[in-house]
Design a protein around this ligand. Structure first.
Ligand code: GLC
Length: 743
């Protein structure tokens, strides 16, 4: 008995010890921050709030060392900057080797060592699908693709590998993940989101953070994340980047805040602010969002960083501030803790003036600087420098590359497969054509080796385009038709002796305003090419790559098969070839609704009014759509009861069977509908999903638990509530109903 008692107590002490440890370390950090703050001059404090682009400390472009030592000393010793961002050779940043990065970071550390208080610089970098700006890093499918995997384990691994590869180079702060919701398909950063659904984006984003940060982001193989772009940036009413979003507070709280709330709970210590404006207020001037909601409601303790030059732009673009000085005051007082200035020291100079004249209270500076220093302590930046992770076992490893290839495979959506034309025989003779057939950049998108990702010459020579990957695997003949501008006669000629045409269309890489477009319609030249190929009478397999769902309705109707590749990353070519030849059984599902027409933007979680009378949800391919080379059937949907009380969890089960002839993976999606409520409710909302692998004929029962908050919504008074009444749970073709009793 006694021994058992001790055994029981053991783990308890351990748990208590850990908890105490955390509390101590937080208290310890608080003490150190207070201590340091008390020693800092106003200039040193304001320097901590200043983030500059690498170009401010850059040497001449083609010099051996990318840093100009005098400019670096100016930045750190004169302006006391707290952070530097981006890669050398900006503004169109260029990926650097691990060795160059290590030199850059150690040069910065050396000058910091000469400063009075030796406060470390935190270096920020965009590493949104792997270590973007480190040569030969593992570059994953972009977020829209990771969402299409519906595989949170893969998202966790992506975070883990990205953090590790950043740390090999000495980098430690990643401006990722994007927690914006992709509900406007025209937006040129749709592909940087996890799609249109709150639950899916939350699941994928929090898994990424957990992998990236672990339990302690100061660990040598972990790194800090940065949630972006808080909040409502991704829903510009006209679809163009950095233009107004008109989002009412109820919609904000229902759709755009929950992913950030979950990611804050997952422990991300920094948040980047929305570059645009919501409801007439620029993100960087929005006290309600940045302080009342983010701090008082969501309890965020980390620090906020502005997006690119966006404090200045409160004056130069938004005309909200009468001058730059007022812009600094508005942003700092709204709740922006660090300014991505990024090209000069104007923020530093103006904020110094504002504090000295009492227009910005010193207390606000201390608050911002305390937040920044706290994160730097939590990141271990003040600790004596440790040797960096050895490159050999931690960078671009075979395991990481295999994980990347698996992610690419699971991220690709087989949208159509008439007469099971796919998979192809390896002996098939193929004509491959289209502007996206023989490029890597079209499968990676922006933030790849350079900001826009469009410098094909920088892409690794050992990675395969779709064409090269097919050629590699084929036992037949693969002819690549380089000329993408041809008429029907030429197409007939070219396709005379082939079994099938693989047509690769879509978009070139882009990000941010560079990618703004006026219509989702395909480019005219691509439509012409497609029609020529479709007119040959040969079976056409249409493969789309790019960041947005371009309109392919007519072409897809005539094609024998359609593959939606979006941006599957550096292993995308091999993954597409694996799928075309059946070496991999596709299982990706759409994380967005694929529109039938450029103005027909209705999302899966539409309101009843959107499908009333002649209104329909009738996308070309629906949210959650995705085929494979086997088939699955769900059945026996059961609820633990048909009545529940407020606060109950809803237990349910459903069977899923592989009714086909080969093994495969299937994601079972659980939707909920609140039948009647005081605010109109979506016809359905994804509330849970599970991905399983089943052998041919295998059947498995899956169990799900819906938590009380899964039944909640933002009520008339803008508070999250749950109302009693009828609810429906929908899985596959089945629906089960339950009543939630009045309290
Ligand atoms: C850009 C982007 C943001 C990125 C930042 C730093 O303007 O909006 O996503 O992290 O600048 O590169």
């Amino acid at each position: 008995m006694y021994r058992k008692f001790i055994i029981f107590l053991g783990p308890l002490f351990l748990l208590l010890g850990c908890a105490l440890n955390t509390v101590q370390s937080n208290n310890e950090i608080d003490f150190k921050v207070k201590q340091l703050l008390s020693e800092m001059s106003l200039e040193e404090k304001i320097g901590q709030m200043t983030q500059i682009d690498f170009s401010v400390i850059a040497a001449e472009l083609n010099s051996e060392n990318p840093i100009d030592q005098r400019k670096l000393e100016d930045a750190i010793l004169k302006y006391h900057v707290g952070s530097i961002l981006n890669a050398p050779q900006t503004p169109n940043n260029q990926a650097q080797t691990v060795a160059v990065w290590r030199n850059v970071l150690s040069s910065i550390q050396a000058v910091t060592g000469q400063s009075r208080l030796k406060i470390p610089v935190i270096y920020g970098i965009d590493a949104i699908h792997g270590a973007t700006y480190t040569k030969n890093s593992v570059l994953f499918p972009q977020a829209i693709n990771m969402a299409a995997t519906f595989n949170t384990d893969l998202s966790f691994k992506e975070g883990e590998i990205t953090a590790r590869e950043l740390r090999v180079a000495g980098l430690q702060w990643n401006f990722s993940p994007v927690m914006d919701l992709g509900r406007q398909p025209l937006w040129p950063r749709l592909w940087e989101t996890y799609g249109e659904d709150v639950h899916l984006a939350t699941a994928m984003g929090t898994s990424y953070i957990e992998g990236h940060q672990g339990d302690d982001f100061s660990a040598p193989n972990k790194a800090l994340t940065c949630l972006k772009h808080y909040v409502g940036y991704s829903f510009p009413i006209n679809g163009k980047d950095r233009t107004p979003a008109w989002i009412g507070e109820r919609m904000l709280r229902e759709y755009f805040l929950p992913t950030f709330e979950a990611a804050i709970k997952a422990g991300s210590p920094t948040i980047m602010v929305n570059s645009a404006e919501v409801d007439g207020i620029p993100g960087h001037a929005n006290y309600q969002y940045l302080t009342t909601i983010l701090r008082d409601e969501l309890g965020f303790k980390g620090f906020t960083v502005s997006d690119w030059e966006d404090i200045k732009r409160l004056y130069t673009r938004d005309k909200l501030a009468a001058n730059e000085k007022e812009a600094v005051k508005v942003a700092v007082m709204a709740g922006v803790d660090m300014s991505m200035v990024p090209f000069d020291y104007s923020f530093y100079d103006l904020l110094l003036e504002l504090v000295n004249t009492g227009e910005v209270p010193l207390a606000r500076i201390d608050q911002a600087v305390a937040r920044i220093l706290t994160v730097k302590y939590q990141a271990g930046l003040f600790n004596p420098p440790k040797p960096l992770l050895p490159e050999a076992e931690n960078f671009a490893t075979e395991l990481a590359t295999d994980t990347n290839r698996q992610a690419a495979r699971e991220s690709i959506i087989l949208a159509k497969n008439d007469q099971h034309i796919l998979p192809l025989k390896k002996s098939a003779n193929i004509l491959i054509a289209g502007p996206n057939a023989n490029l890597l950049s079209v499968m990676n998108g922006g933030w790849t080796l350079t900001w826009q990702g469009d410098n094909e010459s920088l892409y690794p020579k050992d990675k395969l385009t779709i064409y090269k990957a097919l050629q590699n695997k084929s036992l037949g003949k693969v002819t690549y038709l380089e000329n993408s501008v041809l008429d029907k006669q030429a197409a007939l000629e070219a396709s005379k002796n082939v079994d099938v045409i693989v047509l690769c269309l879509g978009e070139k890489p882009y990000t941010e305003t560079v990618g703004n477009i006026g219509s989702l319609n395909l480019e005219a030249t691509q439509i012409k090419l497609a029609n020529a190929m479709l007119a040959t009478g040969k079976p056409v397999i249409l493969i789309m790559t790019g960041g947005r769902p371009r309109i392919i309705t007519e072409q897809a109707d005539l094609a024998s098969a359609v593959i939606l590749g979006f941006l599957p990353g550096m292993e995308g070519g091999e993954a597409i070839a694996d799928i075309l030849y059946g070496d991999y059984n596709p299982n990706g599902k759409l994380p967005i609704s694929y529109p039938r027409d450029t103005n027909d933007i209705v999302l899966y979680d539409h309101k009843p009014i959107e499908t009333y009378e002649s209104n329909t949800y009738h996308p070309l391919y629906a949210f959650g759509h995705g085929l494979g080379y086997t088939s699955f059937k769900t059945s026996d949907l059961k609820l633990a009861s048909d009545k529940f009380n407020m606060g109950d969890s809803i237990e349910l089960s459903v069977a899923v069977k592989n009714t086909g002839l080969i093994s495969g993976k299937e994601t079972v999606l659980v939707y909920l509908n609140d039948v009647a409520a005081s605010v109109t409710r979506p016809s359905r909302q994804l509330k849970a999903f599970k991905k399983v692998e089943l052998a041919a004929g295998q059947k498995q029962t899956l169990h799900f638990t819906l938590k009380p908050e899964d039944l909640s919504f933002i009520g008339v008074d803008l508070k999250r509530i749950i109302e009693p009444g009828e609810f429906k749970v929908m899985v596959g073709h089945e629906t089960a109903t339950f009543m939630l009793n009045k309290p």
